[in-house]
Design a protein around this ligand. Structure first.
Ligand code: SF4
Length: 987
């Protein structure tokens, strides 16, 4: 036991039943002393912990009740300071008025005035000549006078006022003083001004001073250790590693941080993410207690409030609302509250091209919802150039969009505009916290309650008739999470305790770690109070502490803290900032203790970094692996161990080795037993092939495997480009639809296309389609929409001009014909649900399908197949018409259409050509066509591809360009590596 506890134990033995008041710097420290005594077996009957503030409040309570006054809160201090400042402005003045009024200044003013009151000074005591400038003294005197007046008016008082009331009561009512109480005052307890007077007046006769350990020498039983660390996080980790190594139970350890802003969040996060055994149980408490609590910014309501305010201030950016949803900060509608629900809504929102702007949310959400409902009715989303119909189940998306609509509508209803400056802002924040914010654990519940109480108190100040001068309500709300500490606690059984240098080191635990003893943190810089400089303080009263006093007191408290310990104390500092990548240095206090330890070499202090120095010191599996890899130099043996412990990683390593080898393995796309199986397209029951599927196999057999064997589809996200309306598939679908309707209309009228005659008709059809697409897919902005509309109009115009010329040589007979699939909106005679059997080579037959944009009857009596392409023509002019299997649509369609024509027209029906028509802006109506003779090798190429497929060889492409627009990029990882490995093996 230290001297204080020994003295206390002695008193308890001497006066076992007598009432005893133990004066402590704070209630938590006092109770820790009592617990330490109890643990040592000393009876602590009738021993009550008191603080000077508490004592003064108890004594002043009857007077305060009689006068109906209450103690000013922290928030009240700031508001009263603002009011006082405002009132003083009306009287003129010019010295202090030059300072910019900020919330910080008002907080500073409040503490200076309270300090003056605690020192027992009145406005009359602020003699102007004792200030640097007499005018400043007069102004400060006036401010103090106004402060007292305002407190009287609103029936509140400050700590100085409570002390004065307590003293007044003792003077007027001697019976108020405690009688036979033994008052115990530790020698190192810091008292100032009226506090001293109160203690000497009240307890003079009964006061017993308790000796404490001298700060000038350390007890023999104290064992000091030292280390330094790279970064604060490693400093905190090292403290925990040392506990682990020493086998110290958590409840025998106290960590004292010189800077709670840095170390408390680190320790909180470490425990939350690594050492919380009941992680996942929302209401379980982590095995750590924080004397000063943790900032409410760590709670969901804290995060939600911060992001909500940011969302408003930054013009409602979509990304912030997505983040709030994905982080589970917002209460979601029924059916979406569980795991994954908020993230689904976040993903749904992410796909809408909202960008920012409050007014854009609901129209875009509603627009998308209406489009989804229409699509669900039609059951068809879009049809690509190759006739592949994309279908999907819309019901899930509709449910998500409806939930999103209700959530965003509710959120916007309670969100004020940034221009709002009245108290309504705070009221809306209260509604937001009460109805919209998610709260899942104890921390969240406390945070929300604290915020609502603060808001309620502010409301009280607002309602009292004097308003809230100069208070920026947005700033006030934004600061709430950071300035609200939560769950401050005494040391708890089974939990590590974290305290600060100012109030720590009272737990009596055997293992104390003092973190943050670098020279930037401890003792810190002693900044003078700009409202009352050190010189002025000294001249006014010895009871006014100066900045220097504060610094000296901090250092002395540190020595007292060390002196009262009896077990192991470890001192540490950060020697390198890993954030700023700069060297840091120990404080003089650290150096002083180090010097006193002759057995420690200051040049060889242990250094803590990300990697623990031994396996026993690893805090978690990740650290163990860091140690292991560091030990073995990251050799393969370590990788072997990884593979043994984690089979999925082992599979990954095996795949890597296989791909690096010269063999063609399963990891390179070799699938055994594929031939004759359910996915073999050459069997009777095998899948029907489209040109698109064959071309995919030609581009990359692995992509074919992913898409047509494993049936892996990319996530059905509504990813939209804020700079473009309609992706290329939608753009092409719209134009196909317009051309189809236009040509169908002309066929009905028996007219040939003519620019002068039909441009209005084509424009009308285009406008109708655009209107519908716009309803389904809202454009990100009007300018983006206009750009795309111009593009569509240009393409339509090119189409008409070209058709006028081209129409002289042939006439369309089949439009949007569907072979091997369901008919489109207007069925044609060429349609057939049954696929067409094509013999690629002798004995190798496939069943083929396709959607043909258009078949014309030419002047020669034969048929020309046309396919509209809205992209570029570059790749179609190649000498190799099949692009090594990447282009087979032309060859396949010639055979497909010929077969159907012969079935419905007669055995003499002949196809004259297949061509692509490019009405888009890039190609201005270019046409590229082939005769069947030129494409006669096409089925042979298709046959080779088929052999690859049936043989189960799904090797990735060796050409990196093939991956450019592939849907399966995410499956292939490093595309350069994948394609180069394939290239090597193919060679
Ligand atoms: S990303 Fe490249 S290698 Fe992978 S499947 Fe697609 S085309 Fe083939």
């Amino acid at each position: 036991m230290n001297r204080l506890l020994e003295a206390l134990a002695e008193i308890c033995r001497k006066h076992p039943l007598r009432e005893k008041w133990l004066l402590a710097p704070n209630a938590r420290a006092g109770h820790q002393w009592l617990e330490a005594l109890a643990r040592s077996g000393t009876g602590v009957v009738n021993l009550h912990v008191k603080t000077v503030r508490g004592l003064a409040r108890d004594l002043a309570a009857p007077r305060m009740r009689a006068l109906r006054i209450s103690l000013l809160s922290k928030l009240g201090q700031s508001i009263v300071a603002q009011r006082v400042w405002e009132r003083s402005a009306r009287t003129g003045g010019g010295y202090l008025r030059n300072l910019t009024p900020t919330p910080r200044l008002f907080d500073r003013l409040a503490s200076t005035l309270i300090e003056l009151r605690r020192a027992g000074l009145s406005p009359a005591d602020l003699i102007p000549e004792r200030f640097e400038a007499p005018i400043k003294g007069r102004e400060l005197g006036m401010l103090l006078g106004l402060w007292i007046e305002e407190l009287d008016r609103i029936r509140r008082t400050d700590h100085g006022g409570v002390l004065a009331l307590a003293l007044e009561r003792l003077r007027t009512d001697p019976d108020a003083a405690p009688g036979a109480v033994v008052a115990l005052l530790p020698e190192d307890l810091e008292l100032q001004g009226l506090e001293k007077e109160l203690l000497t007046t009240v307890l003079a006769e009964n006061l017993i001073k308790l000796p404490v350990d001298s700060p000038d020498s350390l007890p023999d039983s104290l064992h000091l250790s030292f280390f330094h660390a790279h970064g604060e996080i490693n400093e905190a980790r090292e403290a925990l590693r040392r506990c682990l190594e020493a086998g110290a139970p958590l409840d025998r350890v106290e960590i004292v941080a010189s800077d709670k802003e840095s170390y408390v969040p680190i320790l909180h996060e470490l425990f939350e993410s690594r050492f919380w055994p009941a992680r996942g149980e929302e209401n379980a408490s982590p095995p750590i207690t924080f004397a000063d609590g943790i900032p409410a910014s760590y709670s969901r309501p804290g995060k939600a409030l911060t992001l909500w305010l940011e969302w408003i201030r930054e013009g409602f950016p979509q990304a912030l609302l997505v983040r709030m949803l994905e982080d589970g900060l917002i209460r979601c509608p029924e059916g979406f509250e569980g795991p994954g629900g908020p993230a689904r809504l976040g993903r749904c929102l992410r796909g809408l091209a909202i960008g920012r702007g409050r007014e854009r949310y609901l129209p875009l959400i509603e627009g998308r919802l209406a489009a989804l409902k229409r699509r669900a009715e039609r059951q068809v989303l879009a049809c690509d150039d190759e006739g592949e119909v994309h279908r999907r189940d819309e019901s899930r998306f509709i449910a998500e969009m409806e939930a999103l609509s209700s959530l965003v509508g509710r959120l916007l209803d309670l969100t004020p505009p940034l221009t709002e400056t009245t108290f309504c802002v705070v009221e809306r924040a209260r509604d937001f916290l009460e109805t919209a914010v998610s709260s899942r654990n104890e921390l969240d519940n406390f945070a929300r309650r604290e915020f609502l109480e603060e808001i309620e108190e502010l409301n009280g100040w607002f309602q009292d008739g004097s308003g809230l001068p100069d208070l920026d309500l947005w700033d006030w709300l934004a600061g709430l999470p950071e300035r609200t500490p939560l769950l401050g606690s005494r040391p708890r059984e089974g939990a590590l305790h974290v305290s600060s240098l100012a109030g720590g080191g009272h737990s009596g635990r055997e293992h104390i770690y003092i973190l943050g003893l670098d020279d930037t943190r401890f003792p810190g810089v002693g900044l003078q109070d700009p409202l009352l400089l050190d010189g002025e303080r000294r001249r006014l009263s010895p009871e006014l502490p100066t900045a220097r006093d504060h610094l000296e007191r901090k250092v002395e408290n540190f020595r007292y803290l060390l002196a009262r310990q009896r077990g192991r104390v470890t001192l540490s500092y950060t020697s390198r900032s890993v954030v700023e990548d700069r060297e840091m240095f120990p404080s003089s206090a650290f150096g002083e203790q180090l010097e006193g330890c002759s057995d420690v070499d200051p040049e060889r202090l242990p250094l803590a970094s990300f990697t623990p120095s031994s396996a026993e010191r690893a805090l978690h599996l990740g650290e163990w692996w860091l140690w292991r890899l560091g030990e073995s130099g990251g050799s393969l043996s370590a990788l072997g161990s990884v593979a043994a412990c984690h089979p999925h990683l082992g599979q990954g390593l095996l795949a890597r080795l296989a791909r690096d080898s010269d063999r063609f393995t399963a990891f390179d796309g070799r699938i055994a037993g594929f031939e004759g199986g359910p996915d073999d397209p050459t069997t009777q029951a095998g899948p029907t092939l489209s040109a698109s599927a064959l071309q995919t196999a030609g581009r990359c057999p692995l992509a074919y495997f992913f898409k047509h064997v494993l049936r892996i589809e990319p996530p059905d996200d509504f990813e939209e480009d804020p700079t473009r309306w309609l992706d290329s598939l939608e753009f092409g679908s719209l134009l196909h639809e317009v051309f189809h309707r236009f040509i169908s209309e002309l066929l009905q009228r028996s007219e040939k296309p003519k620019r002068d005659l039909h441009w209005d008709l084509l424009q009308e059809i285009l406008r109708g389609a655009v209107k519908r697409y716009r309803e389904e897919i809202p454009p990100p902005s009007e300018s983006v929409f206009s750009d795309r509309l111009r593009e569509l109009e240009r393409a339509a115009h090119v189409f008409l001009v070209e058709e006028e010329v081209f129409g002289r040589t042939g006439s369309p007979v089949f439009l949007e014909a569907s072979v091997g699939m369901r008919s489109g909106a207007i069925p044609t005679a060429l349609d057939s649900l049954e696929p067409v059997r094509l013999e690629l080579e002798e004995g190798v037959e496939i069943r083929a399908r396709g959607r043909i944009d258009r078949v014309d009857l030419t002047s020669s009596g034969r048929y020309a197949i046309w396919d509209y392409k809205t992209g570029g023509a570059k790749r179609f002019g190649n000498k190799d018409p099949f692009l090594q299997g990447r282009l087979l649509q032309h060859a396949l369609y010639i055979d497909l259409v010929r077969e159907r024509l012969r079935e419905i027209i007669g055995p003499d029906a002949e196809v004259e050509s297949f061509g692509y028509f490019f009405p888009g802006a890039q190609e201005h109506g270019e046409r590229i066509s082939w005769t069947p003779e030129k494409l006669q090798d096409g089925l042979g190429v298709a046959s080779k591809l088929l052999r690859l497929i049936t043989g189960g060889s799904f090797v990735p492409t060796e050409n990196r360009q093939d991956c450019e627009f592939c849907d399966h990029r995410a499956c292939c990882g490093d595309l350069d590596l994948t394609t180069s490995q394939s290239d090597r093996k193919l060679k």
